[in-house]
Design a binder for this molecule. Structure first.
Ligand code: SF4
Length: 352
């Protein structure tokens, strides 16, 4: 059986399977482009279960594109706090502003115009146009690649852009005149819930089991083929949680680089000993009283891993150069990324 025949067979069985098995997700209640776009951006690198509450909260605070374009960036960072990859929410706002200025406030319909918005790549443009407008624009992400390469025992390296492009083109040629949006979602759903990313695929419940090449040969482990992963570099960091009169010292990160524009606990590269940490706090004019405890934690980003050592230091003076935030301000006002949030005095008990 040729690959194209297997894809076509899959497209025949997917609508019925999806109808019976689709999960009830908050962003599936309508096809409003803002809703689909927001959910697709939130779902990048993030689990569905984690996204649900963020999605509902974000929409309640920022209900439409004009509100997103005009929102205070601090509010957006706060709403994104803990989701990670904060450039996503900055690009969301830039794109909303582009929609307001270049498209009269109406989300564009063509794949090219959607793809041209900040933060939207081939996959997201395909998903939005297909789900919202029923356009034959496949959305080929990791879930879909896994299904397709197993279905056809496709041994090409899927990190090659030309392979993704080829899969996209083959699928586009098979879309029926109607129902593209459901097919796109069904394919993603099959990859997320049946031909799963971690562990054994649930072939016994898969609608493609009867014509899946990898299932027939028992070779699902061989697909998709990936290139060798680049290793992640490690950086050591000393973090100081400086407390004075019930408030903690915060400062803002620079406008560029990792976690740009977000808040952080003061920190320095490398590992300090307790006395060195006290000396540093003293040099900032804080009159430190002593180290109360020390914690070690690791935080993993895509390309770097921070090995962090954190000292909790009680201080006598709220020196200038920092913003002093009590726990309410920390909860409601400042977007503190997870790498630092896990050191909050009340948060560190539950964070790993
Ligand atoms: S039969 Fe198994 S390996 Fe093939 S697509 Fe379905 S879940 Fe994946």
């Amino acid at each position: 059986m040729e690959a194209t025949e297997r894809y076509a067979a899959l497209f025949r069985v997917l609508p019925g399977w999806f109808e019976a098995n689709m999960r009830d997700l908050p962003w599936r209640r309508d096809r409003e482009p803002y809703h689909v776009w927001l959910s697709e951006i939130m779902l990048q690198q993030t689990r569905v279960e984690a996204v649900k509450a963020y999605y509902v909260r974000f929409l309640a605070a920022v209900p439409d594109i004009p509100a997103l374009a005009a929102a205070d960036p601090e509010l957006l960072h706060k709403l994104w706090e803990g989701l990670g990859y904060y450039s996503r929410v900055r690009n969301l706002q830039k794109a909303a502003q582009t929609v307001m200025t270049d498209h009269g406030g109406v989300f564009p319909r063509s794949w090219e115009a959607v793809r041209a918005l900040p933060g939207i790549g081939d996959y997201t443009a395909g998903a939005i146009c297909s789900i919202c407008y029923d356009a034959p624009t496949p959305a080929v992400d990791g879930n879909v690649i896994r299904v397709l390469t197993r279905l056809t025992a496709d041994g090409r390296c899927t990190d090659e852009p030309c392979v993704k492009r080829d899969l996209r083109q083959r699928l586009a040629g098979l879309y029926p005149a109607a129902g593209a949006g459901s097919l796109t979602q069904a394919l993603m759903e099959l990859g997320a819930t049946v031909c799963v990313p971690n562990g054994e695929p649930r072939c016994v419940t898969c609608p493609a089991a009867g014509f899946c090449a990898a299932h027939a040969a028992g070779t699902w482990r061989s697909y998709p083929v990936r290139s060798e992963k680049r290793s992640r570099r490690t950086e050591d960091l000393t973090v100081l949680v400086l407390e004075c009169e019930g408030a903690l010292a915060l400062r803002k990160r620079g406008a560029a680089g990792l976690l740009a524009g977000l808040w952080e606990f003061p920190n320095v590269p490398g590992y300090l000993e307790a006395q060195q940490a006290l000396d540093l706090a003293a040099s900032w004019g804080l009159r430190p009283r002593g180290v109360e405890k020390m914690l070690a934690r690791t935080h993993v980003f895509t390309h770097v891993q921070w090995q962090m050592r954190c000292f909790y230091i009680s201080c006598a003076v709220q020196a200038a150069g920092f913003v002093w935030a009590d726990s309410a301000a920390l909860e409601e006002g400042c977007a503190l990324p997870t790498a630092f949030r896990m050191f909050r005095p009340e948060g560190e008990k539950t964070s790993g």
